[in-house]
Design a protein around this ligand. Structure first.
Ligand code: ADP
Ligand SMILES: Cc1cn([C@H]2C[C@H](O)[C@@H](COP(=O)(O)O)O2)c(=O)[nH]c1=O
Length: 237
């Protein structure tokens, strides 16, 4: 059974306009490096909300075509159908007003790729009474804030930072290491290009990359797979 959301009539004190305000929205944010289980946690939460009779929808960035076009898929193959969108603002119109009204919970995966994440979460939770569960990378491969994910922390009821296992020593991994020399911030890929690492192996890895960048010998070798294997071997030492 879908939950009942009370709609409270409110008058805007500035222009006197009347609107209905739903007060029961929530924002939950799940962050961490790649392979930390962010998508797994998001799917578990969405499934459980659905099993409790709430109307759920899942959205992911259409940039992520790694495992499927119209499904969110975890690194170990668990799937859930989703809307693959380039922006969140178009979601309501694509779904239709009636269906949107009936929605209780919206999951957003690969949130780092949505420029309009903040405005969407604000409107959906504050004005439309939705529960939004956001999963995304807090940091890119250089450990810089990635897209708008950290911007929604001040809007959040809860923030959960997950960790993976360092691929080189098995300790807790907080960071995502890029094994190739590619420099662009956005590079859609999986374990072929990225690995989760602990602090020590992140720092080692960056030193190897910097040394490789400085070396004219490696600079001349543009074959990505070759340099990736060299980087992996050097970082592990
Ligand atoms: N180094 C690793 N540490 C932890 N999990 C890993 C690692 N490599 C692969 N995995 C797999 O990735 C799964 C998590 O996938 P997923 O939920 O898609 O992560 P995320 O969305 O955070 O990238 C784990 O359950 C595990 O099976
Ligand atoms: C670190 C980093 C990652 N990406 C991309 C790589 C993947 O396509 C996604 C993250 O997926 P996951 O579900 O968290 O495993 O983001 C990127 O474009 N740039 C980066 O620096």
């Amino acid at each position: 059974m879908a939950s009942f959301k009370p709609s409270i009539p409110v008058v805007n004190p500035i222009d006197g306009a009347k609107y209905h305000h739903r007060a029961s929205g929530e924002v939950h944010v799940i962050i961490g490096p790649m392979f930390a289980g962010k998508t797994t946690a998001l799917l578990r939460r969405i499934r459980s909300e659905g099993n409790n009779g709430r109307n759920v929808a899942m959205i992911k960035s259409s940039k992520d075509t790694r495992y499927a076009v119209d499904s969110v898929v975890t690194h170990d193959g668990i799937k859930f159908p989703c809307w693959a969108l380039s922006d969140l603002t178009s979601f309501r119109q694509k779904l239709g007003d009636d269906a949107y009204e009936k929605l209780d919970v919206i999951g957003i995966d690969e949130a780092q790729f949505f420029e309009d994440l903040y405005d969407f979460c604000c409107n959906a939770a504050d004005h439309d009474g939705k529960t939004i569960i956001v999963a995304g990378l807090d940091g890119d491969y250089l450990r810089r804030s990635f897209g708008p994910v950290l911007d929604v922390v001040p809007l959040a009821d809860t923030v959960t930072k997950l960790t993976a296992r360092c691929e080189l020593c098995g300790k807790r991994a907080f960071f995502t290491f890029r094994k190739t020399m590619a420099k662009q911030t956005e590079l859609i890929a999986g374990a072929d290009v990225y690995m989760p690492v602990c602090r020590q192996h992140y720092v080692n890895g960056q030193l190897v990359i910097e040394a490789a960048n400085a070396s004219s010998v490696l600079e001349c070798r543009k074959v990505q797979s070759e340099s990736r294997l060299e980087v992996e071997a050097a970082v592990a030492i």
